[in-house]
Design a protein around this ligand. Structure first.
Ligand SMILES: Cc1cc2nc3c(=O)[nH]c(=O)nc-3n(C[C@H](O)[C@H](O)[C@H](O)COP(=O)(O)O)c2cc1C
Length: 442
């Protein structure tokens, strides 16, 4: 163990995962049929033992054909599908855990705000005040086409709509005053109707009468779930800095991580927020083994395969609506922009680095962070160093192998996290009952 002693506060941990197949054809396969949720229940329990802040359930709303104009790579490698709906899984995970946060992704493009507000309020009650909504506006034309549109609205409009959408939801969650449920046996009164109010919301994009017809979220003052967001573009960052309790971000270097967090904190302050209330989690994909040499061997073998390049490029194509099969692996990328996930594209492409597309694919496995391939002790030391340099606030674990296996969950939860805890870098218990409070605890 390192004798380095950390002077600053510990950092937070979350895990980014799809409700999708596990590493079904690997040596530690759970069978490739996680659809009854049991695989993810086991995962959430392991994460709760390791005191993660939250499990974050990703979602997108289409089967892509952006790579090579075909669904082939996506379905063959089960890349963006098949997947399950995150809402029922969130309910299951909330029911099988008691302390960790459960975050699910719902798109403002897909749900009418009233349905979303009701769904989140219900989930927050099922999760006992530990639910979070990952607010996305969707980034793929193919998803828009599943909801009656020909293409996505421009990013600026999507976020303008999201601002209004979130405001409407906030009002619905507050349409029940605290204490509205009186449960008075003497007068046979469950709810005091004078404490429940229509909202008569009329905005530029949405109109809603209210009140909510379910009980408000359990997390109070104000009543709402935790908000998670991942804005990458300037407009997306503005939305995230104004709204989120926790931001999940991808960066391609420690310098870029620090610049992103500094920018978010500055923006949050301009909105009159305490920047310490906006916790930024950066994607990290450690490759772990008992020795550094075997971790490196595994990383090299995995990232050298043709399948790895195709899976990586298909994933990036999908979230950017750019067909990466058209570019030469041994050349630099031309400068590209997208109406989809611009921030994710920028982090992947490392503009100006001079790297070939093949190198960018390799970097994506560890998100460009050096020192994340090794033993749990080595990676724990490196995570501490990176956090010291960035200033906070945490890491969002994401499997470097694109899918999750029981082996990887074990390596992280029973290898890496204990190494972090021994160094005082991450929490060893939950101090608070709700997700929002646990995020603010340090
Ligand atoms: C770690 C991370 C997780 C994300 N998860 C989702 C997701 O589950 N569903 C989705 O539609 N978009 C997701 N996004 C995309 C973001 O919502 C956002 O569109 C993206 O970061 C680009 O930022 P921009 O919209 O400001 O260009 C994610 C982005 C990041 C960095």
């Amino acid at each position: 163990m390192s004798d380095r002693r950390r002077m600053t506060r510990p950092f937070h941990l979350a895990w980014f995962v799809n409700f999708a197949v596990d590493e079904w054809n690997g040596p530690f396969s759970a069978g490739g049929t996680p659809w009854n949720g049991e695989f993810y229940i086991d995962m959430a329990k392991a994460m709760e033992r390791a005191c993660f802040d939250y499990i974050m359930l990703e979602d997108t709303l289409m089967i892509s054909d952006s790579y090579g104009g075909s669904m082939d790579a996506y379905l063959k490698y089960a890349l963006m599908g098949p997947k399950g709906d995150p809402a029922p899984l969130a309910a299951l995970l909330g029911n099988h855990t008691s302390k960790m946060g459960v975050v699910a992704t719902f798109s403002t493009m897909a749900y009418p705000p009233y349905m979303l507000a009701r769904l989140c309020a219900t989930l927050d009650n099922i999760c006992g005040g530990r639910f979070g909504w990952n607010i996305v506006t969707s980034g793929e034309n193919l998803a828009a086409q599943n909801f009656g549109m020909d293409e996505l609205p421009p990013r600026q409009d999507r976020y303008d709509m999201a601002d209004e959408y979130v405001e409407l939801c906030r009002q619905l969650w507050m349409s029940w005053e605290p204490g509205a449920i009186v449960k008075d046996h003497a007068t046979d009164t469950y709810v005091d109707y004078t404490k429940v109010h229509p909202i008569h919301f009329k905005g530029r994009y949405y109109k809603c009468r209210g009140p909510l017809n379910c009980v408000p979220p359990k997390q109070g003052n104000p009543q709402r779930p935790a908000f998670v967001q991942a804005g990458g573009s300037p407009r997306g960052r503005q939305f995230a800095a104004q709204t989120a309790d926790s931001i999940i971000a991808v960066a391609s270097s420690v310098k870029a991580m620090k610049a992103y967090r500094d920018d978010i904190r500055e923006r949050a302050e301009k909105f009159g927020r305490d920047p310490d209330e906006v916790k930024v989690f950066f994607i990290a994909s450690p490759v772990l083994a008992e020795t550094e040499a075997s971790a490196k061997r595994r990383f090299e073998a995995y990232t050298a395969s043709i399948e790895y390049q195709v899976k990586t490029l298909a994933s990036v194509s999908s979230i950017t609506d750019i067909d990466f099969s058209q570019f030469d692996l041994d050349e630099e990328l031309p400068h590209l922009t997208t109406n989809g996930e611009q921030g994710s594209l920028d982090a992947f492409a490392q503009w100006g680095s001079g790297k070939t597309l093949r190198q960018l694919c390799k970097d994506r496995a560890t998100r460009g962070l050096d020192g994340f391939v090794g033993t749990p002790d080595q990676v724990a030391d490196r995570m501490g160093e990176v956090m010291d340099e960035v200033g906070g606030d945490g890491f969002l674990i994401s499997s470097p192998f694109q899918k999750v296996s029981r082996e990887y969950i074990l390596q992280v939860c029973e290898g890496l996290v204990p190494a972090l805890q021994r160094r005082g870098l991450t929490r060893t218990s939950y101090a608070e009952p709700t997700l929002r409070e646990n995020l603010k605890a340090f």
